[in-house]
Design a protein around this ligand. Structure first.
Ligand SMILES: [Zn+2]
Length: 116
C-alpha cells in the first residue's frame, strides 16, 4: 500500500507506475498530463555538474571580494579567481552575456592589480 501525493488516498502498488508517487488516476487528469508534457526530464552531465560546483565556488569568491578590496591585493586576487571559476558554468549553459561579464571582471581586476 502506498499513499498518493495528489489525492492522499491509500492505494495498492498496482495503482502506481514504477517509482512514481502519484497514482495512475491522478496522473491522467488533464492538467497534470499537460504539465508532464511541458516538462522535459533530464539529468545533468558530469561536465555540467563539475561546472556547477566551480560556479558556486567562484560565486563565493566574488561575494567576499568587496570586503577584501581594502586589504591590499587580496580582494583583486579573489575577484580574478571568482571570475575564472564562474566562467565554465555559464560557458556550458551557453549564457554568453555572463561569460562576457565574468571575463570582464577577470580582465578588469587584472588591470587593477597591475596598476596597484
Ligand atoms: Zn491519486
Amino acid at each position: 500500500m502506498k499513499i498518493c501525493n495528489k489525492c492522499l488516498k491509500n492505494k495498492s502498488e498496482d495503482k502506481f507506475r514504477d517509482h512514481k508517487k502519484t497514482c495512475r488516476q491522478c496522473e491522467w487528469r488533464f492538467a497534470q498530463r499537460w504539465l508532464r508534457v511541458l516538462v522535459k526530464e533530464r539529468k545533468l552531465s558530469p561536465l555540467e555538474r563539475i561546472a556547477n560546483r566551480l560556479g558556486y565556488m567562484g560565486a563565493g569568491f566574488i561575494m567576499i571580494s568587496p570586503y577584501l578590496l581594502s586589504y591590499g591585493k587580496m580582494g583583486a586576487i579573489t575577484y580574478i579567481f571568482g571570475g575564472l571559476l564562474c566562467t565554465p558554468q555559464v560557458w556550458v549553459a551557453k549564457q554568453w552575456n555572463l561569460v562576457v561579464v565574468n571575463l570582464n571582471v577577470t580582465l578588469g581586476y587584472l588591470i587593477y592589480l597591475y596598476n596597484l
